[in-house]
Design a protein around this ligand. Structure first.
Ligand code: SF4
Length: 192
């Protein structure tokens, strides 16, 4: 069998570890996906609509997931002072503790054991495969700012200082260097 096809079949077997029927530590796979996403999402994406888009579900199902996670004390909602309809979802300390028992940690640890080159190569290979299959509903997948067409590096001010590391042209907001490594549901792949 050629290596490319064998790799994809192995990915299919890995997917069965990620998507499961039963509950693990009391949560279903979608709830785990939502909790992981909220722990890594930037400030623009910790919202019910971004969560629904990332999990690949309707707003109604996303509300059920949010209520379940909130009821168990793993996330908390806060409302914007400017717009009371706008809700932000944050992972609580209890949620962070549960994430330390994430069923996917076994896979994370297996990849962490690889040397730097193989680990980075593995990540880049998966991102390449995802980029190549970036059609239809996959077009709006969540990813980090670094490859996004809306990210603009800030220029030094005439006085010599720098007002912010980066700017997001979509949200018209300053983005700190550390924020560029967080997930965003509005990510759009930069044209090559
Ligand atoms: S630059 Fe792209 S990924 Fe980053 S916050 Fe803006 S839209 Fe999201």
């Amino acid at each position: 069998m050629d290596v490319a096809r064998e790799s994809i079949e192995l990915l299919g077997q890995l997917a069965r570890l990620i998507l499961f029927e039963e509950t693990r530590h009391g949560l279903r796979d979608r709830e785990w996906t939502a909790l992981r996403f909220l722990a890594r999402a930037n400030r623009f994406s910790r919202t019910p609509s971004a969560l629904a888009s990332h999990v690949g579900t309707t707003r109604g199902t996303a509300s059920l997931i949010i209520n379940e996670l909130e009821g168990r004390g793993y996330i908390e909602k806060s409302r914007s002072a400017k717009d009371k309809r706008s809700v932000t979802l944050d992972v609580t300390q209890q949620g962070k503790k549960l994430l330390a028992r994430d069923p996917l940690n076994v896979l994370v640890n297996a990849i962490a054991q690889l040397d730097d080159d193989r680990r980075v190569g593995f990540r880049d290979t998966l991102r390449h495969a995802l980029d190549q299959s970036d059609t239809g509903h996959q077009r709006h997948r969540a990813d980090i700012c670094r490859g996004c067409m809306f990210l603009k590096e800030s220029r030094p001010s005439p006085e010599g200082g720098v007002s912010a590391d980066f700017t997001c042209r979509l949200f018209r907001a300053a983005i700190a260097d550390a924020e560029t490594l967080l997930l965003c549901a509005s990510f759009e792949q930069r044209k090559r």
